[in-house]
Design a protein around this ligand. Structure first.
Ligand code: AMP
Length: 429
């Protein structure tokens, strides 16, 4: 299957080929014709599936016909939860729309509002915005929605998690009723379904990967370790494996700072990215990471949303997230658009319930591998997680607990044994 068969026009096909894409991803195969048909869409797709091009390409095609945009008006609005995602969607819109006479702008909080007001003055065909700043601009009469034709809610689940529901409802009340609405979400809670019911009219449903399933190109495993030894283990892993580009997740901003500082102490270039950092600092850290001058980027969940780093090979969960869905988002940073990736979680005894929740959600039991010299000192009982557990209780793995039922490893046997042989003792086996 190629892009030529999807009904896209020449300027878009040219832009796609300039991006180097030859084959549409599964979400693109489904979303592009659906959006071109003008219908509402509800899509289950996490970052890394190619969802941005999936909605941007047909959206640009629909905007390439129709009325010219008027002063301060907007024809398509893309709402995103974070500044980073807004900026990245903005880059995609600019790249895919480069051969079309359409204008786009990106607006988000934390930076001066004046240039954004200027950008809106002539009107923009595609506006990519975070909800709060959009409402600020609306309240200052800088943006009008009477010409709005298409609304996209990107990472809708995350917008709800971040408490944007009131802002979203306020924005909805300002938009014309007659419009095309597209909603993308990695996970589907009851709240998301409720929102979809209110906002979408007879939507087409599409799903790129099984619901709540982690991308199957990602190899995932767990290193049981004492909480206090995690920083040391992280440095060891980066050195030992020679990882050159690692995204590390921590639960808190302070945690991110501490981990980055410890890595630097151990001679590993690192930067932290989180909500307390200025927009400039976040953009710089991301650019340094992409260029390879920073080897490890340490991020909180919110800061990491939508980070678009091509073919990121390695994700480390320094802490497990409190919300199991965030695990799926986190590992969505690797194994993107068909590339292979690895995700390892450093799990301490106090996190075993979180681990159990994650395994239930992803319906997989993650293999446990102890790193030599980092054995747990305390004895823990096995987790009882994952819907596919064998009904008979399995033996806790040695005296460290964190038992993995036999034969349920997420890794193919070959990878398991080769990795175990290199360094690890696979407690599952
Ligand atoms: P997204 O899920 O939209 O964040 O996209 C994930 C990554 O996949 C981005 O880096 C895109 O540039 C890339 N990508 C999107 N579509 C394709 C495609 N058809 N072929 C190869 N890479 C793609």
């Amino acid at each position: 299957m190629t892009f030529n068969t999807l009904g896209l026009t020449e300027p878009l096909l040219r832009a796609v080929s300039e991006q180097g894409y030859t084959t549409p991803t599964p979400i693109q195969l489904q979303a592009i014709p659906a959006v071109l048909s003008g219908r509402d869409l509800m899509a289950a797709a996490q970052t890394g599936t190619g969802k941005t091009a999936g909605f941007t390409l047909p959206l640009l095609q629909r905007l390439s016909i129709g009325e010219r945009v008027q002063a301060n008006s907007v024809r398509a609005l893309v709402l995103t939860p974070t500044r980073e995602l807004a900026a990245q969607v903005g880059e995609s819109v600019a790249a895919y729309g480069k051969h079309l006479p359409l204008r786009s702008a990106v607006i988000f909080g934390g930076v001066s509002i004046n240039p954004q007001m200027m950008a809106l003055r002539r009107g923009v065909d595609v506006l990519i915005a975070t909800p709060g700043r959009l409402l600020d601009l609306y309240n200052q009469n800088a943006v009008k929605f009477s010409q709005l034709e298409i609304l996209v809610l990107d990472e809708a689940d995350r917008m709800l998690d971040m408490g944007f529901i009131r802002d979203i409802r306020k924005i909805m009340a300002l938009l014309p009723k007659r419009r095309q609405t597209l909603m993308f979400s990695a996970t589907f809670s009851d709240d998301i379904r409720g929102l979809a019911q209110d906002l979408l009219h007879k939507p087409t449903f599409i799903e790129a990967s099984p619901r709540n399933a982690a991308a199957n190109t990602v190899r995932q495993w767990v290193h049981p370790v004492d909480q206090k030894r995690k920083p040391e283990l992280l440095s060891h892993l980066v050195h030992h494996h020679g990882w050159e580009q690692v995204l590390v997740f921590t639960r808190t901003k302070h945690g991110a700072n501490r981990v980055a500082a410890k890595l630097e102490q151990d001679g590993i270039t690192a930067a932290a990215i989180h909500g307390n950092k200025s927009q400039g600092a976040r953009t710089r850290a991301l650019a340094d990471f992409k260029q390879g001058t920073v080897r490890v980027l340490v991020a909180t969940d919110i800061a990491s949303r939508g980070l678009d780093i091509d073919q990121l090979p390695q994700v480390v969960n320094f802490d497990l997230p409190n919300v199991a869905e965030d695990y799926v988002h986190r590992i969505g940073r690797t194994g993107r658009a068909g590339a292979n990736g690895q995700a390892v979680s450093l799990v301490s005894i106090d996190e075993r319930l979180l681990l159990s929740g994650i395994e239930k959600l992803i319906r997989q039991v993650l293999p446990r591998e102890t790193v030599e010299g980092f054995d747990l000192t305390s004895s823990i009982s096995a987790t009882t997680s994952g819907q596919h557990h064998s009904p008979t209780p399995t033996k806790p793995a040695a005296k460290t607990g964190f038992g993995t039922p036999q034969g349920k490893s997420a890794l193919p046997a070959k990878q398991r044994s080769s990795r175990a042989g290199r360094q690890h003792r696979n407690l599952a086996g």
